[in-house]
Design a binder for this molecule. Structure first.
Ligand code: HEC
Ligand code: HEC
Ligand code: HEC
Ligand code: HEC
Ligand code: HEC
Ligand code: HEC
Ligand code: HEC
Ligand code: HEC
Ligand code: HEC
Ligand code: HEC
Length: 394
């Protein structure tokens, strides 16, 4: 019975789709150089492995034909690896594989070889259907990602959907194979919208090309103000000009008044991308607030000397300008941690407008200090150094 079936298979039957009637397969079915090679034959037949299975068995182990496919194709002739081996090498396939991009980034990946749209009676070329990364929504996207005329356009990965990325080749040609232009091909380094170029200052722990632009949104993301002020490089050393006396001001540690807010020395951005924040090169801008300008003072930050001058806070207001008290430090150094803040460093004790007296007497007329002469700080507020000379009239 088996022999009869085999005989029928090999000598009498035509291939169901009209193939050669005798010997079933023409000579050369096993010669990859021949036009009759079974791989090529299969391609001509729209990769219809179901047809082969009618004689070679549903499991391709021999069936009625008695010739097993699995001896030469151990994973089975219908396994992905039989036709794709370890993946295509055409165009830019290798470059993308090296970059860890899966087939699904650019194709619908079939679960089985005979899924619709894959290969069964689906002639070349392969369909390019972009995945989530290429189609990543952005406010600047001009349209859906496309593969057309051998080029990719509106593809997120290559910067074509980025805001003013400024790349040299955001719509690359597939056949170019390997990318050219280094970092600049997808976006300029930095992009033209940027005023600063030290990427790591703002793009912390960047997971590159993952569909998310990594910029911290929290204010402590790039520079920290608590518990200890840290500059953009993470330094907390007061001798660095970018750190200086931040901590002393932010905590009010000398107990001369409550803490001093950022806004007394800077324009404070409402958001990371607010005007005046990141849109100029370093150094950071020092723009004094109302306290430093109280009583008509004209404050100035001198970066070269690392000093402040003319600030109301340090005795530079008009009310003190005509009061030359020996030993005052009216141009304090930003980077010298000690020795600048004591009673008498900003105004005399008492000022020269007063008669001679001791610290213990100040409270008699000034409610901002206690009986020992120490400024009264309640919570984070004080009347000492609040912009108003407080005198009790009674
Ligand atoms: C009608 C039955 C039948 C069908 C359909 C069939 N084969 Fe065969 N095939 C055979 C038989 C029988 C043999 C054994 C050798 C022979 O008689 O040519 C064979 C042998 C082979 C061989 C071994 C080479 C050789 O010449 O011995 C290969 C490879 C092969 N078939 C591939 C295929 C592929 C690929 C398909 C589907 C496109 C297919 N066959 C469809 C019956 C069939
Ligand atoms: C004697 C060994 C041998 C047998 C038996 C054999 N094949 Fe092949 N087959 C090959 C070789 C060799 C290739 C080419 C591999 C290459 O190019 O790397 C190939 C290629 C293929 C391919 C890939 C075609 C492509 O376009 O990439 C398929 C599919 C295939 N065979 C199916 C079958 C089927 C179905 C059977 C059984 C009916 C079968 N083969 C039996 C040796 C065999
Ligand atoms: C970055 C996008 C991208 C990735 C990732 C990718 N492909 Fe392709 N693939 C393409 C493009 C573009 C073509 C060319 C289509 C054309 O010619 O119209 C192509 C063509 C093909 C072809 C037909 C041409 C050939 O060389 O055989 C196959 C098969 C294919 N891809 C399979 C895969 C498989 C399997 C993977 C995963 C291992 C993969 N591709 C990953 C974009 C990609
Ligand atoms: C019998 C051979 C064969 C088998 C088995 C096979 N493929 Fe393919 N595959 C092809 C060919 C040929 C193409 C190119 C089709 C074209 O040009 O239209 C292709 C194309 C692809 C593509 C590109 C997108 C497309 O559909 O055109 C992907 C992805 C792919 N195959 C993945 C797979 C996976 C995953 C498996 C296993 C589940 C698999 N293939 C099994 C022959 C095969
Ligand atoms: C293939 C295109 C491409 C190339 C080449 C490329 N980038 Fe990018 N880059 C992007 C995309 C797209 C983004 C958008 C953010 C994301 O998805 O990670 C990005 C974002 C960035 C960011 C912002 C932080 C982030 O990842 O979110 C930095 C920094 C950056 N790239 C640096 C570089 C450097 C340095 C190089 C060269 C070594 C480079 N890029 C090469 C596409 C590219
Ligand atoms: C001073 C902070 C800062 C520095 C330094 C910086 N970036 Fe950015 N970058 C940003 C911010 C903030 C955005 C988001 C802009 C927006 O949302 O409008 C951004 C956006 C981007 C984007 C998306 C495209 C765009 O224009 O929105 C890329 C790509 C990028 N940066 C790459 C870089 C690279 C590469 C460097 C270093 C060469 C760098 N950045 C240095 C803050 C910075
Ligand atoms: C992406 C990194 C980043 C984030 C997040 C960030 N900053 Fe900045 N910040 C900087 C850089 C860089 C500078 C220096 C800017 C310059 O050169 O003027 C700066 C400077 C400042 C300054 C000094 C004044 C100035 O503009 O130069 C203040 C105040 C400030 N930031 C407050 C904030 C606040 C408030 C937030 C939260 C809304 C915030 N920052 C979030 C990077 C950041
Ligand atoms: C007493 C005035 C003062 C106060 C208050 C102050 N700063 Fe500054 N800030 C400065 C000075 C002075 C510099 C140095 C500017 C330079 O480098 O030229 C500076 C620099 C910076 C820088 C740049 C650091 C770097 O690495 O380049 C940031 C960021 C900053 N300040 C943020 C803040 C924030 C946030 C606050 C509030 C939590 C704050 N500052 C409060 C005076 C002040
Ligand atoms: C960093 C500069 C500075 C230092 C140091 C300083 N003061 Fe003052 N002081 C001021 C300013 C500015 C005023 C102006 C009034 C105001 O704005 O409260 C002032 C005003 C006063 C007044 C007048 C009443 C009032 O508060 O308005 C008294 C009293 C006084 N200081 C006592 C002291 C004593 C005591 C010390 C030492 C513990 C001291 N000051 C250290 C800056 C300073
Ligand atoms: C007898 C009352 C009295 C005593 C005691 C007194 N002050 Fe005054 N103080 C005043 C008056 C009144 C003013 C306001 C002067 C004006 O508005 O021109 C003043 C103003 C000030 C100012 C502002 C600068 C200036 O010259 O106007 C400072 C600083 C100050 N006092 C510090 C002190 C200190 C420190 C002590 C203790 C050592 C002290 N005062 C004790 C009455 C007093």
């Amino acid at each position: 019975m088996i022999i009869a079936a085999l005989a029928a298979c090999s000598s009498e039957r035509e291939l169901p789709d009209g193939g050669p009637p005798n010997g079933v397969h023409p000579a050369g079915a096993l010669d990859p150089a021949s036009d009759a090679f079974h791989g090529k034959d299969l391609a001509r037949r729209g990769y219809d492995l179901h047809l082969c299975a009618t004689c070679h068995g549903d499991d391709f182990a021999g069936g009625r034909a008695g010739v097993s496919c699995v001896t030469c194709h151990p994973a089975g002739p219908d396994a992905c690896v039989t036709c794709h081996r370890d993946g295509p090498t055409s165009g830019a396939h290798l470059a993308h594989r090296a970059a860890g991009q899966a087939c699904g980034a650019c194709h619908v990946v079939p679960a089985r070889w005979d899924d619709p749209g894959h290969v069964l009676h689906d002639p070349a070329p392969a369909e390019v259907v972009f995945g989530a990364l290429a189609a990543q929504p952005t406010p600047d996207r001009k349209g859906a990602p496309r593969y057309e005329g051998g080029r990719c356009t509106n593809v997120y990965c290559h910067g074509d959907a980025l805001h003013a990325g400024g790349g040299t080749d955001p719509a690359p040609r597939w056949e170019a194979g390997t990318p050219v232009g280094g970092c600049a091909q997808c976006h300029a380094s930095p992009p033209p919208s940027h005023a600063q170029a030290a990427c790591e200052t703002c793009h912390r722990e960047a997971r590159h090309l993952d569909g998310v632009l990594d910029v911290p949104t929290g204010c402590d993301g790039c520079h920290r103000s608590a518990p200890v002020f840290a500059d953009l490089a993470g330094s907390t050393l007061p001798s660095a000009i970018t750190v200086g006396a931040h901590q002393a001001h932010l905590t009010g540690a000398a107990r001369l008044r409550g803490p001093i807010a950022c806004g007394e020395c800077h324009r404070v951005p409402a958001s990371v991308t607010a005007a005046g924040h990141l849109d100029s090169p370093l150094p950071a801008e020092v723009e004094f607030g109302p306290l430093a300008r109280a009583d008509g003072a004209v404050p100035r930050w001198d970066r070269a000397a690392a000093t402040c001058s003319g600030t109301y806070c340090h005795g530079g207001g008009i009310w003190l300008a005509s009061d030359p008290v020996a030993g005052t430090v009216r141009t304090p150094s930003w980077t010298e941690a000690v020795g600048q803040v004591f009673c008498g460093s900003c105004h005399g004790v008492p000022p020269t407008t007063h008669g001679p007296m001791t610290l213990a007497q100040c409270a008699g007329c000034h409610p901002s200090v206690d009986a020992a002469g120490a400024p009264i700080v309640t919570g984070s507020t004080s009347r000492h150094m609040d912009g108003v000379v407080d005198v009790d009239h009674d």
